[in-house]
Design a protein around this ligand. Sequence first.
Ligand code: EPZ
Length: 418
Amino acid sequence: MDSFRIIGGQPLFGQLTISGSKNAALPIIAASLLFKEKVTLTNIPELADIRTMIKLLNILGAETTFENNRLTIDPTDLRSDQAPYELVKTMRASIYVMGPLLATKGHTRVSFPGGCSLGVRPIDIHLKGFEKLGASIEVNGGDIVGKAKYLKGSEINLGFPSVGATCNLIMAAVLAKGITKMKNFAKEPEIWDLVEFLNRSGAKIMRKEEYIEIEGVEALSPIEYSVMPDRIELGTLGAAALITGGEIKLKWQHSDIISSFREKLEDMGHHVHLDEEEGIYTFKAGKMKGNIDVRTLPYPGFPTDLQPLLGVLLSLNKGTSHIHETIFENRFMWVPELERMGADIHKEGESIIINGVKTLQAAPIMASDIRAGASLVLAALAAKGETIIRRIYHIDRGYENLEKKLSSVGAKIFREKI
Ligand code: EPZ
């Protein structure tokens, strides 16, 4: 199993390019099942979750090629509608094939995605939405079996703005008969990347103030589409510059969709600025101010995926800070690992209290999920001495060439079989 060996203490300086967004690419790749001809996608990040989604499409019978971040998918000869447990259990986003398969084949059998280290992660909002569109859903031997002669437009109130359910239900509704109106939908930027891809392929999806309106169409015809850049990688690499006392510039040809993260970094005393003209996001370490409080919220609130990265930054901040996690029930798995490095953090229910310390000490630690793993990389970059991080397969699920990018701006980070 791969590990990272990191020698801390090097400030990072230089310029990097951000990869395509994992959380935009996954639903867009699944959406290729809505087409009757080959789909070509570019800026697709080369990482484990993407390879898992491609493998799932191959199991369903789609032909694919994937090279130099360019993915072609030919879904014209699907021979199965089953997403098997051994694959779904490794990646929850496998559930994204349900919407397209109900919309085109009228039947699907997807293994119930188990929980993960972040919590139970139910899919009730997805399933209730499919039933509103006319599908019959039943659970049979650990599989969800969905059937629909055809899908019919309907009013759907998600109840909670679930990112995955919003994507899944958009994909189910684009070919449904009639109009669908979705309320309480999620507003994350990756959802609008999926919408942009579908609309440019002939779908009719409109964002109104209070709801998304989808007018079902007969068929879609694919355009070659480049997936948006990854805002969580942007925040991760920016935070790496700040925690090491350096300054890096990141190419960012997109609007400021991490402003809630930037504002907290500025409150901490760092200099973070997006030059929209140049398309460059600069992160420059500043003098620490203390006492930061943050609550994670659905977009445009503070993103839960950047919570561990902010937490590690705050562990070296002055004063006492609080983080309240409202999206997942168990997203503080990075805390015990950081305490092994000398951080002073206490958990109280869904919140943590962080008393900033002057330095972190190198110690053998372990990744538990994608973003917790990334936050431990940042801690190791800032710590004195040599840190070994085990189970970095978690990190490989969500970051393309992380160690190469960090090494190119001065980090001493090595991938080893330990
Ligand atoms: C997406 O997960 C992202 N994954 C997550 O990123 C991200 O943390 C999350 O959205 C929130 O922004 C992908 O896009 C592949 P949700 P998703 O449905 O869709 C509850 C990463 O590190 N819920 O918005 O699973 C659920 O339990 C990953 O890249 C229900 O109760 O998130 C959770 O508490 C981690 N019923 C909350 O809603 C449902 O039917 C948010 O879940 C669905 C969700």
